[in-house]
Design a protein around this ligand. Structure first.
Ligand SMILES: C[S@@+](CC[C@H](N)C(=O)[O-])C[C@H]1O[C@@H](n2cnc3c(N)ncnc32)[C@H](O)[C@@H]1O
Length: 257
């Protein structure tokens, strides 16, 4: 399972800084429609990008809390939010949140619930800490459709099959409507934030995603010469302008009933 300390966390924060990372946060922000004076919680805040952006959106008037269990992610988030007076960064777990019932006016969680085995419990805890009428905005990835193109098929399949072990849930957005309704959210909607990268370069989501996939495949027993070969084949495909990467994150929203 993913541990977001160390290199993985650093590479994940580079992903957050890519245009597609920004795009998903803007979609979440639009769904939450944050207002000055209100309180927002980002669960699994990673490097704190959304905490900073929500704080700015409400003019530093109100409360924005980012919660994450990874000390490295929180340390990066504290640096990023050093000039963001209302940002609060808390080392905690989505399953045990130390907030009174009905604390928040809106709650977000981007690419985090797939790393938590007990989805029902996590969503029940999220429902508990928000007010009636609060909006929840979740982004999770359809991992079966997270595909790199350009490497030899057999090697590509080996790496991406091994990578599946990096999270508990491969197709969580398909389960959210049921789970959210059961947890006490109405008006559940889902929409695709899918995108395509045709370049493997440091500013592209695909570049950091490939490093993460290769690393995880290694932790699952794929030999290093194979993970290196896969990365080299993707580079070669990029040079020959036949590289492609597709991801389909889904934005799911609901209203606490
Ligand atoms: C892929 S990162 C996403 C970070 C951030 N939301 C973003 O979009 O940049 C997943 C985050 O979930 C956090 N996480 C993992 N398990 C968690 C849990 N049980 N409760 C809360 N956060 C968790 C990780 O530490 C990591 O920072």
């Amino acid at each position: 399972m993913a541990d977001f300390d160390g290199d993985i966390g650093a590479w994940q924060r580079r992903i957050a800084e890519c245009p597609e990372g920004l795009a998903r946060r803007l979609a979440v922000q639009q769904a939450l429609a944050p207002e000055p004076g209100k309180a927002y919680l980002d669960v699994g805040c990673g490097g704190g990008h959304l905490v900073k952006e929500l704080s700015e959106a409400i003019g530093q008037k109100g409360r924005v809390v980012g919660l994450d269990p990874s000390p490295d992610q929180l340390s990066a988030a504290r640096n990023l939010c050093a000039d963001t007076p209302i940002a609060e960064l808390v080392e905690s777990d989505a399953l045990h949140m130390d907030f009174p019932d009905g604390t928040f006016d809106g709650l977000s969680s981007i690419q985090t619930l797939e790393y938590i085995q007990d989805t029902e419990r996590a969503l029940a805890e999220m429902r508990r800490v928000v007010k009636d009428g609060a909006t929840i905005a979740l982004v999770s990835v359809l991992w079966d459709h997270w595909r790199f193109h350009g490497a030899e098929k057999e090697l590509n399949d080996l790496i991406l099959d091994a990578f599946r072990a990096h999270c508990f849930h491969q197709m969580l957005p398909l389960e959210f409507p049921h789970f959210l309704t059961a947890a006490g959210f109405d008006n559940v909607t889902s929409r695709s934030l899918g995108f395509f990268n045709d370049k493997l370069e440091e500013t592209s989501f695909a570049y950091w995603g490939a490093k993460i996939a290769a690393f995880f495949a290694g932790t699952q027993g794929v030999p290093e010469d194979k993970t290196n070969d896969w990365l080299a084949q993707l580079e070669q495909a990029n040079e020959e302008k036949r590289f492609g990467f597709v991801s389909v994150p889904i934005l799911t929203t609901g209203v606490a009933s």
